[in-house]
Design a binder for this molecule. Structure first.
Ligand code: FES
Length: 292
């Protein structure tokens, strides 16, 4: 199956030319001429990649659509490439660059877009691996057959997927939706109802912050805020570099050391807010040493 790309852009000439280019390179392309139409196509079609224009009916419509897509559990993992004819002098309330907090996109391309640059970025974002894809589909078909006609089969299949991957990847949910003929929305209803299911790949190190009574009274909320501030994540989220996953737990059984956090199997007791950065640095340094 070829990768599916959605172009959201009100510039008809650009949309048509880009659609032809991508189709000629083996991609399946759909288009939307407005942010609203694009957003509903994202929900309905669950594309593998979105090319999104920044300026449509107003200057920052693309940014608003990108944020709405990133805020929805069913679409947050879909990579977005922002395409814009706007240059710095347009005075945006944020910088037009990827990873900007106000702009949840993988890349920014300025019009006129060179075909080779576009194809390079598209390929990088999609990272099509047809062998992996076929393997995934085979595994899902096997699971669907195993649980066919059994009560609660969707939940059981999702459990098996999570045990296999450590989380439930969006593209796997999409294939499951196709095989079981169950809408994606129903799958995400189940995934978001049960805390057990994770929608993001787990980080290399899981940080658990104890919010049991003793830890809470000794400053755990401040430790949690500091971790969120430094890592730019909320609870149950993984940092962009996949190094840390942050979670909150109830009593870790060592209340005498309150406030307590654990990173992997290592326990840190009587933690002070000002020590949080140094503790995290140990893991960041360890990661960079391993990469050397
Ligand atoms: S309350 Fe935190 S370890 Fe018990």
């Amino acid at each position: 199956m070829c990768a599916r790309i959605l172009i959201i852009d009100d510039d008809q000439d650009f949309t048509e030319a880009t659609q032809l280019l991508l189709q000629a390179n083996g991609y399946q392309v759909t288009t939307a001429a407005s942010g609203q139409e694009g957003f509903s196509k994202v929900k309905h079609d669950s594309p593998d990649l979105i090319l999104l224009d920044m300026m449509m009916s107003y200057k920052t419509e693309g940014a608003d659509i990108a944020k709405a897509i990133a805020a929805d559990a069913a679409s947050k993992e879909i990579p977005i490439v922002m395409i814009t004819g706007a240059h710095k002098e347009m005075d945006f309330p944020f910088e037009l660059r990827p990873q900007d907090k106000a702009l949840p996109v993988r890349a920014v391309l300025e019009k006129p877009v060179k075909p080779e640059s576009l194809l390079k970025i598209v390929e990088k974002c999609i990272k099509l691996n047809s062998q992996d894809h076929v393997k995934t589909v085979n595994q899902l078909e096997h699971l669907a057959a195993k649980w066919k006609g059994k009560k609660g089969n969707l939940v059981m299949i999702l459990h098996e997927i999570q045990n296999h991957y450590g989380y439930v990847p969006r593209n796997v949910s999409f294939e499951l939706s196709r095989i079981l003929e169950v809408p994606m929305a129903s799958i995400y209803e189940v995934l978001t109802f049960y805390n057990y299911f994770k929608l993001e790949a787990p980080g290399k190190h899981t940080i658990s912050v104890c919010m049991g009574t003793a830890c809470y009274l000794k400053g755990a909320p401040q430790i949690l805020s500091e971790l969120k501030r430094i890592l730019h994540v909320e609870e149950e989220q993984t940092t962009q570099d996949k190094l840390f996953h942050l979670q909150v737990v109830r009593c870790l059984g060592c209340c005498g050391l309150a406030p307590v956090i654990t990173i992997g199997s290592k326990v840190y007791g009587k933690v002070k807010t000002k020590e949080v950065m140094d503790i995290l640095s140990l893991y960041v340094k360890e990661g960079s040493k391993n990469n050397e």
